[in-house]
Design a binder for this molecule. Sequence first.
Ligand code: AMP
Ligand code: MG
Length: 403
Amino acid sequence: MITVEEALSTIIAETEVLGTETLNLISSLNRVLAEDIYSKDNLPPFDKSAMDGYAIKSKDTEGCSTEKPARLKVKGVIKAGDLYEEELHSKEAIKIMTGAPLPRGADTVIQVEKVKEFSDEITIIEPIGREKNILKMGEEIRSGELAIPLGKKIRPAEIGLLASLGYSKIKVHKIPKIILLTTGDELIDIEEKLTPGKIRNCNEYSLLALAKNLGAEVKSYGVIRDDPNLIFEKIEEAFEEGDIVISSGGASVGDYDFIHDSLKKLKVDTKFEAVAIKPGKPVTFAKFKNKLYFALPGNPLSVINTFEQFVSPAIKKMMGIDEVSADEFPVILEEDFKVKKGRDNYVYVDIRKKNGAYYAYKAGSQGSNQLLTISKANGIIIIDKDTSIVRAGEILNGRFIFK
Ligand code: AMP
Ligand code: MG
């Protein structure tokens, strides 16, 4: 049995970043950029008004006051999208809308709220300096400058930025194709009637959701009966089709656990078969022709925990996400937690923020079939394998889940 850290570093070392593809802008959301993005233009492309107001010469307002207001003649209006050809002269103003280009001769914009408007003239009672309420050409970025570095995850902000920079096709890393194999003769589907000895299949659905949540492509082969030949055939087919194969159940030492036999028959390169983690000890990681295989336990909580701790980092790495360890932060225990020593305990808890600090509350039994507990939890605390009790007030590392 290896430690969680050893398991993780093995997985990361054995996982390769996938190649690249070019997508339409919107399809690139949540993908990882595979090229540096340089600005093709100056942004903004011209000096523009940041306010609704009047484009004027600041000099014309020098020394003005309530007693001696500056009076300027209004020569016209510029709305966003228009270009005003004529030059602005002294003692003149041109009404200007937010986003419209500053006319030649103007050096500042005074907000509409700060002037008194008459039919063809305005008065100003307070001097205004140069370059007020103006966005200068190239102020955001200049043509040829690096805008978004390679490796950055494309979020909604980057989608907007890429559009404003003139990019409609984006080179990104591919996403892995995941094949799910769900084993167990006891499993019935959601709408079937529960009969003695049978339970509803939930792992297939949690795994579909977990993979989807990361933006991976996922295909399920459905429930596969506990039949050694069938399981072998399906694993072989899954390796043909996917980048990552994940099975749930059938990987322990029971009489009807056939995953390991099939993996041996296929001569996969098994890297480990057990990790000191609770829930989820019997987790196998293997490689076959550069594809990854994760045999996850059958218990529903173990499935989620092992996916989160081991499969998720592999998927992220394949997608080009450079994330060695999940975001951990200190969490203060609100209650005592008793666990069994020997494995790192991932305890599903409710983490709440109080006065700027995070506190952990119990969310329920940590039995490995307790999906109800995980549903009440929003995070985990990690109790290391040499500790059997942690007390209220102690500080542990915690994480939010399903990020
Ligand atoms: P196994 O690893 O196949 O021995 O399964 C361990 C436990 O998880 C057993 O109680 C199974 O009934 C349960 N289990 C396995 N697969 C699923 C599944 N897809 N949905 C819900 N429970 C499952
Ligand atoms: Mg089983």
